[in-house]
Structure formats: structure tokens, C-alpha cells
Write a protein that binds this ligand. Structure first.
Ligand code: URA
Length: 250
């Protein structure tokens, strides 16, 4: 496997994913093409859509037409600084993500968003299927946040957050909570959750009496921000990409 190639080169990639990545249609539409017998791999019709293929070496045809399957997938982590908007569009007087990835030649997209006043880990990739699964709450990928809040923190706060808090748009439960540091009236807490709703951490902590003063995302599933400096971009390692794939069942 290779972080700049197809992410499961060793065992191959499911045929419908390869077709969808090549822009043939949605995964579902590609599954239909396969079961309708319209797809050939190395000259043989494949009508089972669990088939794994090697996009770099296998020749794949749809309705007799060869398709371009070899994609250079890229995976990066960015430490988004404060006051940067989570968009790839150029800002109007504000900084956006594009300001940090101008040197990258290929088109990449951000996996989800952070508030402009939230710092920390944003994943960037051109692997659409992975990005979709990482952001869709049904795949349950957790994100980890570090929040600077007014203390002191009550002993049972973690238990309350784990059992669920009702917000305006419905209940939310955290997957993890811990007190990292507490001194005087200031506390640093870590919150882990697989929710994608807007301002979710800020709203949640405000609801329990600890309005966020500063918020950073330190982890996205198995990927950690680590020591990446604000504004820094790094390619994910092969191990990290494999762990992301595993986390979303690809
Ligand atoms: N929750 C928030 O409140 N803000 C973010 O940027 C991310 C999660």
C-alpha cells in the first residue's frame, strides 16, 4: 500500500469503488453496472461486485470502453491555525485552507470543517469515498478535541456527558471525556465524539456550564495532530491511511 497510490494495493480494491473513483457514477450505480454484466476485468465479464481488482494493472471496461482507473490518491494532515476559514475557496480578506496547500499540485478537499475560531487537525484528500465515510456519522469515526474552559470541573461531568445531554437540535453523547489539567478557575478538558453537528463541542460544553474559551481538534479517528505546528501540512503515513480505511470499513 502506498499513500500516493491506491490505498489497498496489496489485496486490491473493490471493483465498484474503483469504478466510482474513476467517475463512472455513484457506488450504487456502479454496483448495478456490474450486476447487469456491463463490466469486464481483463476481458472477462464480472457480475459479482465484491470482486477486488488492481487499478494500476488490471484493464477495466464498461460497455466495451476502457476506463482510466489509476488515481494518485493523496492524504495530508493540516494544523489549521485560528482565524482560518474551512474552505478551499480563496478568502475575501480572510485566510482559508487554500493558503496552506498552494504548493500541492493536485486538487484536494478538506474532510469536514472546523469553526474559524477552532484550531487543529484537518484531513485533506482527493479520495472521495474515504472522505465521505470519515464525515458521515453513521461510520462512527471519533474526533478528539481539547477545550480550554472555566473550571472547576465537577466530578460527575464525564458521566453526565457520556449518558447524554439534550441540545436544541437533539441529544448528544460523548464517547470519551477526561480532565487534562485544572488550575484555579481554568480547566483543560478532552472530549471525544463522533458527532458532526455544527459547533457541537462549544454548544455541549456551554450547556453544562463550561463555555469554551479555546478549542483545538487533536485527533481524527486514528490520526493524531502530534507536533505539527500551526499552519503546517504533512503527508499521512501508510500506516495512518490504512488505519483510516479500516476505521470506515473500506
Ligand atoms: N465543535 C465545535 O464546536 N467546533 C468545531 O470547530 C468542531 C467541533
Amino acid at each position: 500500500m502506498n499513500t500516493t497510490g491506491d490505498a489497498t494495493d496489496g489485496e486490491g480494491v473493490r471493483l465498484q469503488k474503483v469504478l466510482a473513483d474513476a467517475g463512472i457514477g455513484s457506488r450504487r450505480a456502479c454496483e448495478r453496472l456490474i450486476s447487469d454484466g456491463r463490466v469486464k476485468v481483463n476481458g472477462k465479464t464480472v457480475s459479482w461486485f465484491g470482486e477486488r481488482v488492481h487499478p494500476r494493472t488490471d484493464e477495466i471496461q464498461v460497455d466495451g470502453r476502457k476506463i482510466e482507473t489509476w488515481h494518485e490518491f493523496r492524504y495530508y494532515a493540516l494544523n489549521k491555525p485560528l482565524d482560518v476559514e474551512s474552505t478551499m475557496a480563496p478568502g475575501r480578506g480572510t485566510r482559508t485552507l487554500i493558503d496552506f496547500v498552494e504548493d500541492l499540485t493536485e486538487r484536494i478537499y478538506h474532510v469536514g470543517r472546523l469553526d474559524t475560531d477552532t484550531e487543529g487537525l484537518i484531513l485533506l484528500t482527493n479520495d472521495g469515498e474515504l472522505a465521505h465515510r470519515l464525515t458521515h456519522p453513521s461510520f462512527g469515526v471519533t474526533k478528539t478535541y481539547l477545550a480550554d474552559v472555566p473550571g472547576p470541573i465537577a466530578r460527575d461531568l464525564g458521566r453526565r456527558l457520556r449518558s447524554g445531554i439534550v441540545l436544541d437540535d437533539g441529544p448528544v453523547k460523548v464517547d470519551g471525556f477526561s480532565l487534562v489539567e485544572q488550575s484555579g478557575r481554568r480547566a483543560l478538558v478532552e472530549v471525544v465524539l463522533h458527532e458532526g453537528r455544527k459547533h457541537i463541542v462549544r454548544r455541549l460544553l456551554k450547556e453544562v456550564g463550561h463555555p469554551v474559551r479555546r478549542l483545538a481538534r487533536t485527533g481524527f479517528g486514528p490520526v493524531q495532530l502530534g507536533r505539527l505546528k500551526p499552519g503546517g501540512v504533512r503527508a499521512l503515513t501508510e500506516k495512518e491511511v490504512a488505519a483510516l480505511y479500516k476505521a470506515v470499513g473500506l
